[in-house]
Write a protein that binds this ligand. Structure first.
Ligand code: XMP
Length: 526
């Protein structure tokens, strides 16, 4: 598989941009670090902690950031980078575990602390050095560690401490090595943005040359350079990602793109009609609509396992595309709206953020594909895709749409997916979304939907005992979909949704509201 920018064979600098590399030691916050760096207009990529030095050199990064990680650096089997990393002369910032590993490999001592520190902490800045330049003497930060530094290696000086740990920030200005115990990438670290900016602009000399306007131009060029022969099949789901891909391809290739919209039978209520209409009328795209609902539902018959559902849907999508492509003759490429988080999770190596779910647009693809893949968004985070959409003139209706998983309602119907259960869930979901819109909450929450549970509960309607389905409703607030809080929706709204669902949909006698955050829950139930 390959893509417009290439993943295994990325150029040293994407579009000639200065690059910071984050080496991932398995922190839950690794992707957040990369996003924060990009918010500072500096291009950033995540690589495994054990990326060979030659590969790092080849990419000529302007800076390195070593992420946190769950281990103790002195524990047997703790993950470690090649120590030669610290001799590259590249400004390097170690965060939490990344800082410990730097200290440990350069001759200092890290030990288990008497007090573990999780959550907010106050830090005293003893010497601002470069990282704390322009910041106050007391800093509120977010800690998550059980270890602390006992001795720094030679040539390193302490910048900040807390009551529990004498060294929570240090630097070695001669070698351009920096460490902080706390997490600047987390919003609870009040001046985290400034600290990262000081590293990027002060230590690394960033020029701030990354942004969506230039990404747009470069990507259009890259697509043109890539798709020189044959046509590109672009599958649009109506979500923001695939709509942005279609707009990009349209701009780059015009009629060389064949856009298709597949109704997989597990979409929201009336979605197929509405989406096709807006793609054609509002975006001016020539889109072929394919009704493949039956094909998907037949393939899903009897399947209860969530990962199996995802794989089947991924496979049937490809079969549908292959059949469609055969009608158009010279289709060489398939365009997909794969995003960076899917790429990182799916190539997960030892240590880093484990694969929790197989996202169908990466993990579900068969080994052999008759198409080459074009994935112009595979370097972007979701909020960057939205910015790019705005840059492309995509209406807010598309840009602000809640995400919808590729496997659709199939992963929101727990247990077997049948046409009756799809219809039931579509109705419940439509009621919930309608009430959210009317209450002015749709744009305030990040993602909201209904889930059909595989249990029945006893109820009473009129004078009769009922024994029917349970629907869960879920709404979350999140910036990046990697962590999320459940939305504190007003009781009246929740009450209205519950009574409408039970009254208007026969077969449902109970509605529950999901008040689980992520972690420990995930956003979807499967
Ligand atoms: P989770 O459930 O992993 O979801 O917390 C995070 C975000 O990803 C979406 N999601 C998917 N998107 N294919 C997709 O295209 C999938 O298989 C899939 N599973 C989850 C989910 O809706 C949420 O926005």
């Amino acid at each position: 598989m390959s893509d417009t920018h290439g993943s295994d064979s990325s150029p040293a600098r994407v579009g000639g941009h200065q690059t910071v590399l984050v080496l991932d030691f398995g922190s839950q916050y690794t992707q957040l670090i990369a996003r924060r760096v990009r918010e500072n207009r500096v291009y950033c990529e995540i690589l495994p902690y054990d990326t060979p030095i030659d590969e790092i050199r080849r990419r000529s990064p302007m800076g390195l950031i070593l992420s946190g990680g769950p281990q103790s650096v002195y524990a047997p089997g703790a993950v470690r980078p090649d120590p030669a990393l610290f001799d590259l002369g590249i400004p390097t910032l170690g965060i939490c575990y990344g800082m410990h590993v730097m200290v440990h490999l350069l001759g200092g001592v890290v030990e288990g602390a008497d007090h573990r520190e999780y959550g907010r902490a106050e830090v005293d800045v003893l010497d601002p050095g470069l990282l704390f330049e322009g910041l106050g003497e007391r800093q509120t930060v977010w800690m998550s560690h059980g270890d602390r530094i006992r001795h720094l290696p030679e040539g390193f000086s302490v910048c900040a401490s807390t009551a529990n740990a004498p060294t929570v920030a240090f630097e070695n200005s001669a070698r351009k090595l920096f460490g902080i115990q706390f997490h600047p990438e987390v919003s609870h670290t009040v001046s985290g943005g400034e600290i990262l900016r000081n590293f990027l602009y002060g230590a690394c000399g960033a020029a701030g040359d990354w942004g969506m306007a230039s990404f747009l131009e470069e990507t259009v060029e890259a697509i043109r350079a890539r798709a020189t022969e044959g046509r590109v099949l672009c599958a649009i789901s109506g979500g923001v990602d695939s709509s942005v891909v279609a707009m990009l391809l349209h701009r780059a290739l015009g009629e060389q793109m064949v856009a298709v919209f597949v109704d997989n039978g597990v979409l929201r209520k009336d979605e197929a009609l509405q989406v096709l209409h807006s793609l054609r009328e509002d975006l001016g795209l020539r889109v072929i609509g394919i009704d493949a609902g039956d094909r998907f539902l037949v393939a899903l018959q009897g399947i209860e396992d969530p990962e199996e559902k995802r794989r089947i849907i991924g496979r049937v999508f490809i079969e549908v595309f292959e059949d469609e492509a055969a009608k158009h003759g010279d289709i060489r490429y398939l365009a997909q709206g794969t995003l960076y988080p899917d790429v990182i999770e799916s190539v997960s190596v030892k240590g880093p953020s484990a694969v929790i779910k197989t996202h169908h647009n990466v993990g579900g693809l068969p080994e052999h594909l008759d198409f080459e893949l074009i994935e112009p968004l595979r370097l972007l985070f979701k909020d960057e895709v939205r910015q790019l959409g705005r840059e492309l003139g995509l209406p807010e209706e598309f840009v602000g749409r809640h995400p919808f998983p590729g496997p659709g309602l199939a992963v929101r119907i727990l247990g077997e997916v049948t046409p009756e259960r799809v219809e039931l869930l579509q109705e419940a979901d439509a009621i919930f979304l309608q009430e959210l819109r009317e209450g002015g909450f749709y744009d305030k929450v990040s993602q909201a939907f209904a889930v059909l549970l595989p249990v029945k509960s006893v109820g009473v309607m009129g004078d009769y005992r009922t024994y029917e389905n349970v629907v869960a409703i879920r709404s979350v607030d999140t910036q990046d979909f990697m962590t999320a809080d459940w939305s504190p929706l007003p009781y009246e709204l929740l009450g209205r949704v519950a009574s409408r669902v039970v009254n208007e949909i026969s077969g449902v006698n109970r509605v529950v509201y999901d008040i689980t955050s992520k972690p420990p829950g995930t956003i979807e139930w499967e």
